[in-house]
Each structure stands twice: as structure tokens, then as C-alpha cells.
Design a protein around this ligand. Structure first.
Ligand code: TNX
Length: 550
């Protein structure tokens, strides 16, 4: 994590010069079109900030707050342009004819006129912020130009696993800030897993009093990451915390997609309520199929990584439990989508359980895969009944897709291709294409401990989320693209930042920018260094690009 400090500091001073020469004016993700003109707009304290629609006031304030940090002055805000005065004008008039989430910025010597509405205006302001240098200056020069911009995909997501390691509210907000700066619009919050249940559910207090704590992580199928058997690792979000985060994300036009895992990855819930297991009296087994040693009798939150046999039993009691959990989740999250996991559900306990075998017969299911499909379909019906839609990992294809499900394709692209061919919406997040940001970023021996393979920012950049196999009609089902940050080996906020950046920049560009505007040379040489230099100002950690293993 060594940083070439001098090099970056030098860049910081020349940022404006760089940004002006660059065809993309330093903006990430690259806009749809930029046409430069002669001259520049000088932003100083005589400029007036005009926004005459109520809805735009927040975005105007955001821009002004940013200018305070850059220029040390706030602009006077007004409802119209005082005669002859130089101004930044934010307006939604004319935005109806723009593409969804799109905007235009017209920069001349006497004004910057921004047109957009809601997210569009917000994204325009993100672009304007990127046109400013990161050093304080009482006069900021912005090159004259016309920028027209809109996204390629409507779903632009980044995920964070807070189950394997917990991250505090303050960091989740900082994470959301980073996503918003790069025009991402969905935060997929992985809230439950074998190693922790991280969201307060009032009806089931043991989910957090028991399910949110584990002993140190020391054994398992991968090398451990610290902690001893005597140490307790814990953390969860109260419902107030959740509301605060969802409301915060909303101000940044980010939808929060909660994930409640089922029927697998359920050990933390089972530790809290053993009756949710096929075998409530069986001790928790570790991943190599050996029971806990010594005094560890009964059910436990897992303290190793991996995939575990002890999954939800498909009893009426379990469905009632999950429905009650979903009821509380729905009141907290306005998201159209509720993610219900569906991945990596071993069928071993279902095979061994007489109850499950009888259940399969009674419901005329083919086998355990049929049971997985039944489980997801039944929960989908419940969630659809509440006016929401489900997302599941691509294992939900097993035994037949739930009728309205959106599929997240993580085991390569094949699940996504199959789902699109069945007219189902798809979000592409294939690990093989570099979208697993828990993988390492280069082949250097200095990389910190990670899981999985190599996902360099160049590899992420090269990915096109639309598979060639799809017909033009089927391509419409690709809603967008997402990167995932699983946190088995990510113990601290600083390491999340390190794993996220600069790969977030590549992700943003494949999610937003049209393929014909992509240019890795311009991206990596002109723009990424500028953006990384800015991170030094906000005390944000990142991976320093090297030539190794890209
Ligand atoms: C697979 S991706 C998982 C996660 C792990 C991840 C590690 C997916 C749906 N399941 O449980 O954390 O691999 O890369």
C-alpha cells in the first residue's frame, strides 16, 4: 500500500492543466459527448448560483458546499440571474427531452448552464465537481465546453458484505459517497450470512443478540484472518441505523437493495433459532464436516469461511419466520428489489432429513433442486404480494426460475445468458470478468491476503456486460452491472477502500459510458491518476496502479 507521494502531489498541482487537455476533461465515467469551445469560465466569489425549482435546491446546496471546500467561498444563491452577472444555473426546464438520468452542461465564459432533473441534475453536479482542482484556490478556471451525458445501463451497482466483517454506519455512508461520485445508483447491502446477522429484526431479537456475534476467525478452509477462539467479533445495524443509511443514500440518488440470504448461508439465523434447521439438535459442523471441538455443543454462528450444510428447513415455521423478517425489511427499505440470496445452498441436510424428503413428495417436487426452486418461488410470491420484486444469485435458475425474478449472474455469464433467454431481467456480476473486488489487483507478491483470483482494474475496464450470445431482443434484459466486495479478508474500512479503488472507476465506466467512448489509455493515463490524487485529500485509501500482472 505504498504511495508514490511526490508523484501524486505533483499531479495535484497540475490537475487543471491535465483536465483541460484530456478529451474527457478529467471526468469518470467518460461522458457521452464533450465538445470544447474557446475560453473558460472563471469561478470566483462573484458568481451567482441560480436554481429556481424547489426540487433542485438540495443539489444546489451540495454544489455550493463543495465549492466552499475547493475555493474557500460560498456562492450567493438566487432564483434568477441578476443582470449581467456571471452565474451557474441549475434548471430542470427542458430536461423532459433528455434520456433518463441524463443531463447537459453548457460552459461559456459568462455562465455554466446545467439542465437535468433529479438524478440527472445530481450527476451533472458530480461532473462539475470533477472539473475543479482539488487544491484550494480563490479562482477556479473551467474550460468552455458542452457536455451531453446519459448512462448506458439503468442498474449500476456496488455490493458490500457486512456479514463476514462488520463496518460502522459512518463508513457505510462514506462508501455511499464514493459510489455516488461515480454515478452508481444501487448499493447492494449483504446483511446476513453464516458468520453474522447484521440487521435488527424486532420480532426476532436473538438474530442480533446471538446471530451478530462470533468467536475469532481462526480455522477453516482458507487461512484465517486473526482473532482467537476467546475473542468475540460482533456488530449489527439497528433499525434506526438502517433508516439513516437509506435516507442518506436517497439524497445521493442511490437505492439500497437489502439482501437476506436463504435457504443457504443461514447459520447465524439458525444459531439464534435452531428450529429453523433440518436438525435442530445437531451440533454446528465446521466446513470440513467435523463437529466443533470440546465444549462447543449446539448451534453456533460460523467462525470459518465457506459453505455450510446447515440450511433452512422448509417448514411452515421457517416460512412464517422469513415472511415476518421480510415484513420488517420492507418497511425499512423502499427498494423495488429485495435480494433473497439463493446461492450456494448444499442439499445434503435436505437429503438426510425425513421431513424434507416427505415435503418433496407431498409437493410433487422432482428432488432437492426442485425444493430450492419451490423455496424461492414461494418467497417470491410473498414478496410480490407486497409489491416488491426479488433478485437472486444465479443458483435460483436451479429447478426452474421464479416467474418474476431478476438474476444476478456471478458464476460467469452463463446464468445471466440463460435467464435473459427466458425473458428474465439480469444484472451481470461475473467473478471471472473481474467484478469480484475481493480478488487481488495484481500479481505482485506485495498484494495483501485476498480470496479468489486476479481482478485488475484493466480487466474490469475491458468487460462488456452485454454477452455476445444474446440477440438484440434478449440484450434488453441486461439491466446493468455490479461489482461485489465480499469481506472474508477485508477486516477494516481502509481495506475496503483499498479493494474498491481504482476498480470502482473501471466499474463506473463500464456501467455508464457507451462502449465506443471507452479508451483504457486515456482512462489509465489521464484520468485515474487525477482521481487517485484527490483521494489523498479525503483520507481515502487505494491501490496504487502498477504494471504488474495487469
Ligand atoms: C461466493 S458470490 C459467494 C460468497 C463468498 C464469495 C467469495 C456468492 C453469491 N457467494 O458467499 O463470499 O464467493 O468470493
Amino acid at each position: 500500500m505504498k504511495k508514490p507521494v511526490l508523484f501524486l502531489a505533483a499531479l495535484a498541482f497540475t490537475v487543471n492543466v491535465f483536465a483541460q487537455h484530456d478529451v474527457n476533461m478529467g471526468i469518470i465515467p467518460a461522458p457521452s459527448s464533450i465538445v470544447k469551445a474557446n475560453g473558460s469560465f472563471i469561478l470566483d466569489k462573484t458568481v451567482v448560483l441560480v436554481s429556481n425549482e424547489v426540487n433542485n435546491a438540495k443539489t444546489a446546496d451540495l454544489l455550493n458546499a463543495f465549492i466552499v471546500t475547493k475555493g474557500g467561498f460560498a456562492l450567493r444563491e438566487a432564483k434568477s440571474v441578476p443582470g449581467g452577472q456571471r452565474a451557474i444555473i441549475l434548471t430542470s426546464k427542458g430536461a423532459e427531452s433528455l434520456p433518463k438520468e441524463g443531463y447537459t452542461i453548457q460552459i461559456s465564459t459568462n455562465q455554466i448552464k446545467v439542465t437535468g432533473s433529479g438524478p440527472g441534475l445530481f450527476y451533472a453536479v458530480q461532473s462539475i465537481m470533477q472539473l475543479m482542482p482539488e487544491k484550494n484556490a480563490d479562482k477556479i478556471t473551467i474550460q468552455a465546453a458542452t457536455i451531453n451525458d446519459f448512462p448506458r445501463f439503468k442498474y449500476r451497482g456496488t455490493h458490500l458484505d457486512v456479514a463476514r466483517h462488520f463496518f460502522p454506519v459512518s463508513f457505510v455512508k462514506k462508501y455511499i459517497d464514493l459510489l455516488a461520485s461515480y454515478k452508481m445508483n444501487n448499493f447492494h447491502w449483504h446483511l446476513t450470512d453464516d458468520q453474522g446477522w447484521r440487521i435488527e429484526i424486532k420480532k426476532y431479537p436473538k438474530l442480533t443478540s446471538i446471530g451478530a456475534s462470533r468467536n475469532g476467525t481462526v480455522i477453516g478452509n482458507y487461512p484465517g484472518t486473526g482473532g482467537t477462539d476467546d475473542e468475540v467479533y460482533k456488530g449489527y445495524y439497528t433499525q434506526e441505523d438502517v433508516k439513516e443509511i437509506v435516507a442518506y443514500a436517497d439524497t445521493k440518488f442511490i437505492n439500497v437493495v437489502p439482501e437476506i440470504e436463504m435457504p443457504g448461508h443461514a447459520s447465524a439465523a439458525i444459531a439464534a433459532y435452531p428450529e429453523l434447521s433440518c436438525f435442530p439438535d445437531r451440533d454446528t459442523f465446521v466446513s470440513d464436516k467435523t463437529p466443533w471441538s470440546g465444549s462447543r455443543k449446539g448451534k453456533h454462528v460460523q467462525q470459518t469461511w465457506g459453505v455450510f450444510d446447515d440450511v433452512f428447513v422448509p417448514s411452515e415455521n421457517t416460512f412464517k419466520f422469513l415472511e415476518n423478517v421480510i415484513d420488517e425489511v420492507i418497511t425499512l427499505f423502499p427498494s423495488k428489489y429485495i435480494h433473497i440470496g439463493g446461492d450456494e445452498c448444499p442439499k445434503e441436510y435436505w437429503k438426510q432429513s425425513p421431513f424434507c424428503q416427505q415435503f418433496i413428495k407431498d409437493n410433487n417436487l422432482k428432488d432437492e433442486h426442485g425444493l430450492q426452486s419451490y423455496f424461492i418461488q414461494r418467497m417470491e410470491k410473498y414478496i410480490n404480494g407486497k409489491g416488491r420484486s426479488i433478485i437472486g444469485w444465479d443458483e435460483i435458475l436451479e429447478g426452474g426460475l421464479a416467474p418474476n425474478a431478476t438474476v444476478m449472474s456471478w458464476r460467469g455469464e452463463s446464468g445471466g445468458i440463460a435467464a435473459a433467454q427466458q425473458n428474465h431481467d439480469v444484472i451481470m456480476t461475473p467473478g471471472s470478468a473481474g467484478l469480484y473486488f475481493d480478488h487481488k489487483q495484481s500479481a505482485s507478491p506485495d498484494e495483501p491476503l485476498t480470496i479468489g483470483g486476479l481482478a485488475s482494474y484493466a480487466k474490469v475496464y475491458a468487460y462488456d456486460p452485454i454477452p455476445k450470445e444474446l440477440t438484440a431482443d434478449q440484450q434488453k434484459y441486461i439491466l446493468g452491472v455490479q461489482a461485489n466486495i465480499w469481506s472474508e479478508y477485508i477486516e477494516t474500512p481502509a481495506k475496503v477502500e483499498f479493494m474498491l479503488l481504482p476498480r470502482l472507476y473501471s466499474l463506473a465506466e463500464i456501467a455508464w459510458t457507451k462502449p465506443s467512448n471507452k479508451d483504457f489509455k486515456n482512462f489509465s493515463e489521464e484520468r485515474v491518476p487525477l482521481h487517485l490524487a484527490r483521494l489523498d485529500q479525503t483520507n481515502t485509501n487505494y491501490w496504487v496502479p502498477t504494471a504488474i500482472g495487469q
